[in-house]
Design a protein around this ligand. Structure first.
Ligand SMILES: Nc1nc2c(ncn2[C@@H]2O[C@H](COP(=O)(O)OP(=O)(O)OP(=O)(O)O)[C@@H](O)[C@H]2O)c(=O)[nH]1
Length: 553
């Protein structure tokens, strides 16, 4: 597998894995968006329910106000009857109260009058040690009716104007002729940690339309004390917002004061929970700006999370890896097949080369054979024509080789042929010259670009002689000798290739006929053939005379 294929495959894997991860993430984000929308809807439902609950509770005050508006003298019994009918239906109301305006001048008389029904009645306020007699001031707003009385006895006679903050709230309600709520307060009468709020509604004589008249005509306040926690729970019961942590905060004064919270203590919010945290303001009610802060519980999110995004990422990744493995296997297989084909092609080429070599080589002597010689001669012949150069040819024949075989046996004859071939090969320049076995005990030497072949012919004869291969039955020498016929010519386009071999053959024939162990050169007519005797040779000295029709060199 080459680098490029590996690079492509690796890139495809990376792209595939990235796509799987991307799809997984985008599905996860879609799911998160859906959960977020669910969550926001649940919180909105909750906010609406809480607003409704608050308005219903405030409506109770307006209903009681109606009672006071319709009569200048509302008795305790009348107040209790109407208040109880509401308390039964509004479980989150801690108390409904009436606090009339009592000028300081009428304080004693008022207390005297109330003591008829409540013998210990006096106008009080909260001191450091508990309830004490209210300090002197221009007017008082003592709680005179309270329903339910049981559990709220302590507030009977409590002067609402005994704290500056509360006076501020009362005056605001009076001047605006509206219900005004206090910030969150600790409920003295209620043994729990939950906070409460008081909502005041001013009651006037007549129907004052200006602030001045409202101050003049103020009769007192009806007020409700509400348990925020219970109010919140009543609202929650009407929604399906389970598994959400809520916190009700008062943002009226710019900062946030907690009124109620169902967040578990020491809750460590995870990042996803923090991401979902949602704040929503309620409508401004009774001059207060409340808001809800909500965060889903871990369970809320987990319940709505599906496995699809993970499945997409995991199975997408697996699919990519499987696909890549499959492609890798195919590529590897094709590489193996390619290698095998390459190996086989190489083997075939090698076999072809060997076959060609075999077809060009003589099996016994391992030098080029007749076929190789013919092909080389053909090529060199054409080259000589082109170059207008000479080409030389020697035909070498071992003398009395039949007798050698007969004397020493055929195997020895083979060995003799090998040694003669070797000697000839070593004599010549094989880069340019070609030594080949022509057939039987006959060899040829092709000498391109050679006109005068005397020197190579002599060297061949000499080197074979130097082998000193014994040949006791030879009639020429006691050692193996050769006869050599030499021809050379410069061919033209009209020349016949056979001319050269015929001429060399004729020269060889002459060498044989003239006594063997010699080199004969073909000479054109009138004196066709010249012969050289081997005067230096000891064989020649003993067995060959320089005779024949040729000319001895
Ligand atoms: N051992 C062996 N002998 C061979 C081979 N090829 C040819 N011969 C023998 O070479 C001999 C050639 O004999 P001839 O053609 O009569 O030639 P000669 O005996 O050399 O006689 P002149 O050439 O006239 O000197 C034959 O006996 C062949 O059997 C070979 O491959 N191995």
């Amino acid at each position: 597998m080459n680098f490029f294929s590996k690079y492509i495959l690796l890139s495809a894997i990376l792209v595939g894995l990235t796509l799987s991860a991307y799809m997984g993430i985008s599905f996860y984000e879609k799911e998160t968006k859906a959960i977020e929308q669910d969550f926001y809807k649940d919180v909105d439902d909750k906010v609406a329910a809480l607003e409704r609950e608050l308005l219903l509770n405030i409506e109770v005050l307006f209903a009681i106000k109606g009672l006071f508006d319709s009569s200048n003298e509302v008795s305790s019994a009348e107040f209790n009857r109407i208040a109880h009918s509401f308390l039964v239906r509004h479980q989150d109301i801690q108390a409904l109260e009436w606090a009339p305006k009592v000028p300081d001048s009428q304080r004693a008389a008022y207390e005297e009058m109330k003591r008829v029904e409540f013998p210990d009645f006096e106008i009080t306020e909260l001191g450091s040690q508990g309830m004490i007699r209210a300090l002197d001031r221009d007017s008082y707003f003592p709680v005179s009716y309270v329903a339910p009385f049981s559990g709220n006895e302590v507030v009977m006679g409590f002067d609402l104007s005994s704290s500056d903050k509360r006076v501020e709230t009362l005056e605001k309600a009076r001047d605006l002729d509206k219900s005004v709520a206090t910030p969150g307060i600790s409920l003295l009468q209620y043994h729990s940690n939950q906070k409460g709020i008081r909502i005041f509604l001013p009651i006037y004589s007549g129907d004052p339309t200006t602030v001045f008249k409202r101050r003049e005509q103020l009769r007192g306040y009806v007020l409700g004390v509400y348990r925020i926690g219970d109010m919140f729970d009543s609202a929650i019961k009407r929604t399906s917002a389970h598994g959400i942590y809520f916190s009700l905060e008062d943002w009226t004064s710019g900062s946030s004061a907690s009124l109620y919270s169902n967040f578990p203590e020491n809750l460590q919010l995870s990042r996803s929970q923090l991401d979902f945290t949602y704040e929503k303001s309620l409508a401004r009610i009774s001059s207060r700006q409340w808001a809800i802060v909500a965060t889903p519980s871990v369970g809320y999110v987990a319940e709505r999370r599906g496995k699809l995004p993970y499945m997409i990422a995991i199975f997408g990744g697996l699919f990519v890896l499987l696909g890549a493995s499959y492609i890798y296997a195919i590529l590897r297989r094709s590489v193996l097949i390619e290698n095998e084909v390459e190996q086989r092609t190489h083997d075939l080429n090698e076999a072809k080369r060997k076959l060609e070599e075999l077809s060009q080589t003589d099996g016994l002597t391992k030098i080029p054979n007749r076929r190789c010689f013919d092909e080389t001669l053909q090529a060199q012949w054409q080259k000589a024509i082109r170059e207008e150069s000479y080409i030389g040819l020697m035909m070498i024949d071992i003398d009395h080789f039949k007798l050698y075989n007969d004397t020493y046996g055929h195997l020895a004859g083979d060995q003799c042929l090998r040694e003669v071939a070797q000697a000839l090969s070593q004599t010549l320049n094989l880069n340019t010259d070609l030594v080949a076995r022509y057939g039987g005990e006959e060899f040829v030497v092709l000498l391109p670009r050679t006109r005068d072949c005397t020197s190579p012919a002599k060297r061949c004869q000499y080197n074979i002689e130097r082998l000193s291969l014994p040949h006791e039955t030879s009639m020429t020498s006691e050692f193996i000798t050769v006869s050599i016929g030499v021809a050379s010519l410069s061919p033209t386009k009209d020349s016949d290739l056979l001319d050269l071999t015929t001429q060399a053959d004729l020269a060889l024939y002459e060498a044989k006929n003239s006594g063997r162990n010699r080199v004969c050169f073909f000479k054109p007519k009138p004196v066709d053939i010249s012969t050289i005797g081997h005067q230096d040779s000891h064989q020649a000295n003993h067995k060959v005379s320089t005779a024949g029709s040729g000319k001895s060199l």
